[in-house]
Design a protein around this ligand. Structure first.
Ligand code: KG4
Ligand code: ZN
Length: 343
């Protein structure tokens, strides 16, 4: 079975073809393309929904043509078209939904609506080292922070989620306070590499009480207060850089510790030792290292996608769509985009 995946929920246009029957190709991805709109939104310090929609309109069809050409396939070689139906920015989602459903109608193929977070959750399945079910998944992106027990495709039990900012959002907001461009998460992580341990300490929110929910907005406020107190006009530019790196280190350490404490708790609660991390923040190497230590102590393992499939991409949508199609999903062309959609 071979399926086209279309991702347009936020600021990346991701297109891919996944084939589950070509064992000679790694992970079954036949071709994929990713176009990031970061440059479009950078001047505004965040994603501008109208600009995102317009750019998806410009890019989606050309990228689909490129992917088909690279794969040396025609629409007749496909078995379905999967598109991200939500959650996300409604205008951006509508572009992928409209194009996906129109192509499916024109090509006489099933149109498969995919939940964006299910895409992230299954992205580690595109790698060579694939976890067996059941496992616990930590989904950490710009819009979501969730812990999920996964017993199989479509068998998801939400264990906990953020009550306010998502982990990626906290990274981006703190990066902005440090004067970094959007999206600052990866740049803050890079900055933290030259930060000194122990110079600052930020809270590990909601870890002192039972439960698996998260809260990250207070951490950003702590970072803001520290930045205001510590970065003064008396400092030289070199000193300012060092203080910023120290703050980045302490902030990242606090986020990673908080996520790790909850992951450990979730694994214990579920009596499992396999952990999947996915979503943009799963590219963070400090987080990967910490979670590898924790799962190792439990005799288990942590699984994650390759860096390019941590953030939004079409491959994860094609993969999730194919699994859903096999499981008999509703492919009704009247399916609506869902800006809010529980997993
Ligand atoms: O999954 P994603 O591409 O988009 C959403 O669905 O939200 O995640 C993007 C988020 C951004 O907040 C970005 O700053 C964060 O992932 N991110 C990182 C790193 N790489 C991406 N955060 C921390 N460390 C990283 N290395
Ligand atoms: Zn995402």
């Amino acid at each position: 079975m071979r399926i086209l995946g279309i991702e347009t929920s936020c600021d990346e246009t991701g297109i891919a073809i996944y084939d589950d029957g070509m064992a000679d190709l790694p992970a079954g991805i036949v071709a994929h393309r990713l176009y990031s709109q970061i440059a479009v939104h950078a001047d505004y310090g965040g994603v501008v929904p109208e600009l995102a929609s317009r750019d998806h309109v410009r890019k989606t069809i050309p990228l689909i043509k490129e992917v088909l050409a690279e794969a040396k396939l025609t629409p007749a070689d496909l078995d379905g078209v999967a598109y991200t139906a939500g959650p996300g920015l409604v205008g951006a989602l509508l572009v992928g939904c409209s194009i996906g459903r129109s192509l499916a109608y024109g090509w006489n193929l099933p149109a498969v609506p995919v939940h964006h977070m299910e895409g992230h959750l299954l992205a580690p399945m595109l790698e060579d080292n694939v976890p067996d079910f059941p496992f616990v998944a930590l989904l950490v992106s710009g819009g979501h922070t969730m812990l999920v027990r996964v017993d199989g495709i479509g068998q998801y039990q939400l264990l906990g989620e953020s009550v306010d900012d998502a982990a990626g959002e906290a990274f981006d907001k703190t990066a902005k306070l440090l004067g970094l461009d959007y999206p600052g998460g990866p740049v803050l992580a890079k900055m933290a590499e030259t930060g000194r341990k122990g110079r600052y300490k930020f809270p590990r929110p909601m870890t002192d009480r039972p439960g698996l929910d998260f809260s990250f907005s207070g951490l950003k406020t702590s970072a803001a207060n520290t930045i205001r107190q510590e970065i003064t006009e008396q400092l030289t530019p070199a000193q300012v850089s060092q203080v910023k790196a120290d703050i980045a280190y302490a902030f990242q350490e606090a986020v990673v510790d908080t996520l790790a404490i909850k992951c450990k708790r979730a694994l214990k609660q579920c009596q499992l030792n396999r952990l999947v991390i996915a979503g943009g923040v799963s590219a963070n190497s400090a987080l990967r290292e910490k979670l590898a230590q924790i799962t190792k102590k439990l005799g288990g393992e942590v699984f994650y996608p390759r860096p390019e499939f941590c953030t939004d991409n079409g491959a994860m949508i094609a993969y999730a769509g194919l699994q859903r199609l096999k499981a008999g999903v509703d492919t009704d062309l009247s399916f609506k985009a869902k800006p809010r959609w529980p997993l």
